[in-house]
Design a protein around this ligand. Structure first.
Ligand SMILES: [Zn+2]
Length: 298
């Protein structure tokens, strides 16, 4: 390692594990470590584990620490308000607590924003002037990077595309409102809609997609409505910010072969031709969330 090559620590707080990576601006990996996530962690247990994880990198010299976590959060105050994955966390003062232990500057942002930055620096979004990234997973997250700058909105809560309404008085969303795109196109959305129609709660989105592939009528209907809802939300975003690239990331993209043709057809139908012809839609480059978190430091 050259002495002049600055390193950055990225931490991704995921549902299964908390991962840390030490990388440079080119995305070269210098060290990594992870701990298993415990859903029951209290604020202090969570912070102690996080400190222990960061300490494992202390034999390296690094400039700053970027942390990506599901929201809602306040990036200015450095607080995680609560978390769907870590159910006992309440108003966690994550940045001020870590700042007492570590001299490096600490930056916090939500995981979808980190995914967007990661795609911009290391993935399919390289070179884009206006990059829209949609994270299709348990929920539906999004992030927008314009001219290399992440759009944070107020306190990191900008571009919550998942909670844009695609159907007035539509299906109930996890946020408590009705008709959000997330309630139609996300793992949670598909499973809840399947339960609404059949009374059966499937164990995973994978099983849902298997039913779609097998041609089960109700699963196909829910999936096709979901795709149209997704297209409506992309239409809204395209008409608002005119991206030149849209990158889809997240677990549901494993079933992209089922989505590609109908989604493209909807988008072509719904979006002003000038704007439709301006963007390319791609599936993401499998950039780990921890790399995106590290890129908060750049
Ligand atoms: Zn919602």
């Amino acid at each position: 390692m050259k002495d002049d090559q600055a390193l950055y620590l990225g931490i991704d707080i995921g549902g299964g594990s908390v991962r840390g990576v030490l990388i440079n601006r080119e995305g070269q990996l210098f060290a990594e470590n992870k701990i298993s996530t415990n859903r029951e962690w209290t604020n202090s247990e969570f912070l102690e584990e996080l400190i222990r994880l960061i300490e494992t990198f202390q034999n390296h010299k690094f400039e700053s620490i970027g942390i990506g976590t599901p929201g809602p959060l306040s990036i200015n105050e450095g607080i995680i308000h609560h978390s769907a994955n870590l159910v006992n966390l309440v108003q966690v003062p994550i940045v001020s607590t870590l700042q007492k232990k570590f001299p490096q500057k600490i930056l916090l942002n939500n995981d979808a924003n980190c995914a967007a930055l990661g795609e911009y620096h290391f993935g399919k979004g390289k070179g884009s002037q206006s990059l829209l990234v949609l994270a299709l997973g348990t929920g539906l997250g999004a992030g927008w990077v314009q001219n290399g700058n992440l759009f944070n909105g107020f306190n990191g809560n900008g571009f919550e595309l998942g909670h844009v309404t695609v159907q007035m008085n539509g299906a109930l969303c996890g946020c408590g409102q009705k008709g959000c795109v997330e309630s139609y196109f996300s793992a949670r959305g598909f499973l809840n809609r399947y339960k609404d129609h059949t009374g059966v709660m499937l164990d995973s989105a994978k099983i849902f997609f298997e039913k779609v592939e097998l041609g089960e009528e109700i699963a196909e209907k829910i999936f096709s409505e979901g795709l149209e809802a997704l297209a409506e939300s992309i239409r809204a975003a395209v008409h608002l910010v005119n991206p030149d690239k849209i990158v889809l990331v997240g677990g549901l993209t494993q079933s992209y072969h089922l989505m590609e043709k109908p989604l493209q057809a909807h988008l072509k139908n719904k979006i002003f031709p000038e704007l439709y012809n301006h963007f390319h839609l791609e599936v993401g480059g499998n950039i780990a969330g921890s790399f995106g978190a590290a890129s908060l430091c750049f």
